[in-house]
Unconditional design. Structure first.
Length: 379
């Protein structure tokens, strides 16, 4: 099955590429499109009344679910514990999916048992913990575990919807309505995900109208927010601008949207900048760039939280998250998983601190001052 999907992915990349080269290059949508391409990009600097960005940390779920080797439950719990110390206020901790199809998430119940231990009292810290529930069975298991927020996910392309959740787009929306109704009646918040916001490894380019329709229907059925995702990481900034603009032009408020980018071709951070310029203030990210998509050969995973934080903090945006602590987690979890750290900023910060520590110039907690010195030296 994956071989067939991989073949479809190759066809998509050929469709997106400028020329037949060994490394296909995603190109802009053709000039014949009815949607106008962005003329220019005004850098989205914060203002006194608009200076905060919310980060949804998805590494415990989206970051780990495709790891080839099973990650011990205690490592997952420690990852969540470490993330709690960074100041992040939203963590997606696990997924109630079939252990047969996603064995990495077979310990969802144990993860939620761990989370419940600090969801009340002095250990609460105002952090929201969410889980993914793909269907009614997953929802029932999630509700039984005591969750306070679930995420539902569909695709804007028919091919991916049938391949990933075994139903058409219409069938998925009907399923989600029932799930939302049940969750909301029990006081559980619902967040929506839409895969393949710009392109699909099976169907090719995705019509923004499909994304608009799904976004509006998810909000109407009770989702407090919809995260639109470049699942395979092939979207370029102009494509992201086109799709997000279509959603906003359809009357969806920017504060009801989140953006979720993968970094297969290195465009995730530029795509964050585009979304930010359009008024999006919530972004999903994964420490160390953990994650990926089994349908995209060579996929590099989610946009790294450290890279997003470096961009935002450098421009003056507030996230409430400690960049150094997040970078240290990226180093730690990469070592635990035996993989390379996928964050450019994380690796640079680790190297810079190591050099300064060796010279006795900075304490471990001095990352803010060290980064400030580095930026000021460039001015």
């Amino acid at each position: 099955m994956l071989r067939r999907v991989a073949s479809s992915t190759t066809k998509l990349l050929q469709q997106l590429s400028l020329r037949s080269t060994a490394m296909p290059i995603p190109r802009p949508f053709s000039s014949s499109s009815t949607s106008k391409a962005p003329v220019g990009l005004n850098l989205p600097f914060p203002t006194p009344t608009d200076n905060k960005v919310r980060i949804v940390e998805v590494s415990p779920r989206d970051g780990l679910q495709n790891e080839k080797s099973l990650v011990p439950t205690d490592i997952k719990c420690e990852l969540i514990d470490r993330l709690r110390e960074t100041g992040v206020k939203n963590i997606e901790v696990t997924s109630f999916v079939s252990p047969k199809w996603v064995p990495q998430m077979s310990d969802a119940g144990a993860i939620m048992s761990h989370v419940r231990g600090f969801q009340s009292g002095s250990e609460d810290r105002g952090i929201e913990y969410s889980v993914l529930a793909p269907n009614q069975k997953g929802l029932d298991a999630a509700l039984a575990s005591g969750v306070k927020e679930i995420a539902i996910f569909g695709s804007a392309s028919e091919g991916f919807s049938k391949q990933n959740i075994n139903c058409t787009i219409d069938e998925s929306l009907q399923r989600f309505r029932g799930m939302c109704e049940k969750a909301l009646k029990q006081g559980v918040r619902v967040r929506g995900y839409i895969s393949n916001m710009c392109a699909c490894p099976i169907d090719g380019l995705v019509d923004p109208k499909s994304v608009v329709r799904m976004t509006k229907e998810m909000l109407e059925m009770g989702c407090y927010e919809v995260s639109v995702a470049d699942t395979t990481g092939v979207a370029t900034p102009d494509q992201v601008h086109r799709t997000l603009s279509a959603i906003l032009d359809a009357g969806v408020p920017a504060n009801k949207l989140a953006a979720h980018f993968h970094d297969t071709y290195g465009t995730a951070v530029p795509n964050v900048l585009v979304a930010l310029s359009l008024g999006i203030r919530t972004f999903d990210s994964s420490v160390s760039g953990l994650g990926g998509c089994p349908y995209a050969k060579g996929a590099k995973g989610n946009v790294a939280t450290e890279d997003v934080l470096y961009l935002l903090h450098g421009m003056g945006w507030e996230t409430g998250i400690d960049l150094q602590k997040m970078s240290e987690i990226g180093t730690w979890v990469s070592e635990k998983l035996g993989r390379e750290n996928g964050s450019r900023a994380g690796k640079a910060i680790a190297s810079m601190l190591a050099q300064k520590k060796a010279k006795g110039e900075v304490k471990a907690e001095g990352i803010r001052e060290a980064l400030k010195e580095k930026r000021e030296a460039k001015l």
